[in-house]
Design a binder for this molecule. Structure first.
Ligand code: C2E
Ligand code: CA
Ligand code: CA
Length: 633
């Protein structure tokens, strides 16, 4: 029956049905196309979300639109300044991409050159005849490219980032659907491009040191990690020069941070000038820089020595900053890959050890890493730790060296000198452990303990009938510490020490360095204690500051006493020091007197007191208690 009914349909009805069916099929095709497109779109969004490289996402976008529009080939160009750079074009011939890459955009530089230049869509129907292609059509036509429609790619603020191009092998203009595709493709590519731009910008910020324009510490880590990987494959050694400016803190503190910044910029420039072209240089922090010398024969140290010396020489040129002439200097620690370290952390560690050694040897020099340096550092750590513990547990001791009045031969006072004996490390001399205590920030508790012990000892002697003055050495480090004067005051109060019996010995350099120190000296003098200039004659103290400071005594350094009988000029010099001291109302003491001849000469020169092995080495307190008369002439 049904069949019969169907057969009965009119021709017009059949045509209608066929058309409806066609429409349905077309709709199904469209929706199939749309479904695939949506799937592709989702995939691309996923790629963006997981941070795939922009070039991969560009290719995926191009392929998506090419699949949707058979015969079409797509490209994405990035605009850097006014230069067109290849972004992605997986189906365009590479010769064409290369020819376009690097062109300057302009109104007649093809469709994409024009769209990025004008900021508007450019639809070129026929590349062969369009004037916009006149100058560059020779790149396109040999590859069969005939039409090109280009949509500028913009970021969210409307800034042009590049162009999306659609090519066909025949002259054509887009229909409505193709035009929509062109617009949506450019939007999608814009999203990727903007994100890529932002990431590159952030990376640039993180990887560049803002002040000097050198690479940042973060970049250095990546660079060296990559370099180690490549070097492992190629067997090319490289070297790390770790550089630190000498005394940068002083410059920063005295001239201010702006001056410090100018100096660092100049330094960066000088480092670029003093190293071979394209040398990698990073600013690691404050005044620390890392230089990588590649493709070196690390066994040939002379080449590296030459580069290091060149850095030292260039940096040492005087520079005028804020009307002050500064002569900078730096120290360099050198570590070679792979002989000194096979990974970044080790290389940094050993270059730092070498740098420390360069500083320790007096700065303004370079030092190559050696295994012995690590042993030295390990010893240093061990000794630092032991000293800290010894100071905390009050395991140091004091000895006292008598000071003798040159006229009466009587003991008038003592100098307290600290001693440290470690059960395993043995006896360590003060000229070794005092600088360590300063370095590890333990000088304050040490001086605190020394002052207390020395004051208590003075009082003990007084109770035994021995009225002696007590001299205590004070490290210059105390003069940057606001707590120092209150500490002395507290100890005077706690121990009941008569202030005028306590003499603090400071070196000439401390007197000289900073006007701030003068205030501290005055505050100390106001406490009623005495001040002595130690090692007098070895530093530079202006007479004016000595006078101004109201110094109580001068201690002529042992070097002059050693030379006293050997050199007549020294004798004259010592004579004038004594005279000058007296003119300044100072008490003059000679240190390190070992012979009777020195003693008699000093007596003739009218020196007031002496201290030295001739009378006594530094001894324990009870020796002085038991044999006070032993020290008489
Ligand atoms: P200094 O203040 O110049 O102390 C004098 C040094 O010369 C002492 O060495 C002393 O033992 C030594 N000496 C004294 N008379 C003679 C002599 O006739 N011949 C020879 N060859 N040497 C003599 P010491 O005790 O080894 O101290 C060395 C330096 O360590 C001291 O030089 C001082 O700068 C520092 N020092 C010692 N104890 C302390 C302390 O408690 N605190 C601080 N800040 N520094 C200290
Ligand atoms: Ca001294
Ligand atoms: Ca001295």
């Amino acid at each position: 029956m049904r069949k019969l009914d169907d057969n009965k349909k009119s021709k017009a009805q059949l045509i209608d049905e066929i058309n409806a069916l066609r429409k349905k099929i077309s709709q199904t095709n469209h929706s199939l196309r749309d479904t695939t497109h949506i799937q592709h779109n989702t995939k691309i969004l996923e790629m963006i979300a997981i941070g795939k490289p922009a070039s991969e996402v560009y290719d995926a976008i191009a392929l998506m639109y090419e699949q949707r529009n058979p015969g079409m080939r797509c490209s994405m160009l990035e605009l850097h300044g006014n230069i067109l750079m290849h972004g992605g074009a997986p189906s365009l011939p590479s010769a064409y991409c290369e020819a376009v890459h690097g062109l300057e955009n302009g109104p007649e530089v093809g469709s994409c050159g024009a769209s990025t230049y004008t900021g508007i869509r450019i639809l070129v129907e026929d590349i062969a005849t369009d004037p916009k292609w006149e100058d560059i059509k020779q790149f396109a036509l040999p590859h069969g490219l005939r039409s090109c429609w280009s949509e500028p790619i913009k970021n969210s603020k409307g800034l042009i980032l590049g162009a999306f191009g659609m090519y066909h092998n025949y002259p054509a203009l887009p229909n409505e659907s193709e035009l929509n595709d062109l617009k949506s493709a450019a939007r999608l590519a814009g999203f990727v491009m903007e994100r890529d731009h932002d990431q590159k910008h952030i990376r640039k910020l993180a990887y560049t040191d803002e002040l000097t324009g050198l690479s940042s510490r973060a970049h250095f880590y990546l660079y060296v990690t990559d370099l180690i990987e490549v070097t492992q494959e190629n067997n090319n050694d490289f070297c790390l020069l770790y550089l630190d400016l000498d005394n940068f803190k002083d410059i920063n503190d005295s001239l201010g941070h702006d001056a410090g910044d100018i100096l660092l910029k100049t330094l960066a420039k000088r480092l670029r000038e003093s190293t071979p072209k394209n040398t990698y240089i990073a600013r690691m922090s404050g005044d620390e820089f890392a230089i990588i010398i590649k493709n070196v024969n690390v066994k040939d140290k002379s080449h590296l020595a030459k580069i290091s010396q060149s850095c030292l020489d260039h940096i040492a040129h005087p520079i005028n900053i804020l009307d002050r002439k500064i002569t900078p200097s730096c120290s360099i620690g050198i570590a070679c890959y792979p002989s000194d370290g096979k990974d970044l952390i080790t290389l940094l560690k050993v270059s730092d050890i070498s740098l420390y050694e360069a500083k320790d040897r007096g700065k303004n020099q370079y030092v190559f890493y050696k295994k012995e340096l690590t042993q030295k550092v390990e010893y240093r750590f061990q000794i630092e730790h032991a000293l800290k513990e010894a100071i905390e547990k009050k395991e140091l001791s004091l000895v006292y060296q008598p000071q003798i009045d040159i006229q009466t031969g009587k003991i008038i006072g003592t100098e307290a000198l600290s001693r440290w004996h470690h059960p395993k490390l043995g006896s360590i001399i003060p000229s070794e452990f005092i600088p360590i205590a300063e370095r590890i920030g333990m000088i304050k508790p040490l001086t605190d303990w020394i002052l207390q012990t020395a004051c208590n000892q003075t009082i003990k002697w007084r109770n035994e009938g021995l009225d002696l003055r007590m001299a205590v050495n004070i490290s210059p480090k105390h003069f940057i510490d606001n707590d120092f004067v209150p500490m002395v005051q507290r100890i005077l109060n706690e121990t009941g020490m008569i202030p005028s019996q306590l003499e603090l010995e400071v070196t000439e350099s401390t007197v000289q360095t900073d006007p701030k120190n003068l205030k501290i000296f005055q505050a100390l003098k106001d406490l009623g204690i005495l001040l002595a200039i130690d090692d007098f004659g070895t530093g530079y103290s202006s007479l004016a500051s000595l006078n101004h400071l109201n110094v109580d005594s001068l201690k002529i350094d042992k070097h002059f006493i050693d030379d006293l009988l050997l050199n007549n000029k020294t004798k004259l010099l010592v004579g004038s020091m004594i005279e000058m001291g007296h003119n300044l109302d100072c008490y003059v003491l000679a240190e390190g007197v070992e012979t009777l001849e020195q003693y008699t000469t000093l007596k003739k020169l009218r020196c007031d007191a002496i201290q030295g092995y001739l009378f006594s080495k530094p001894v324990t307190a009870d020796i002085i208690s038991k044999t006070p008369n032993y020290f008489k002439e």
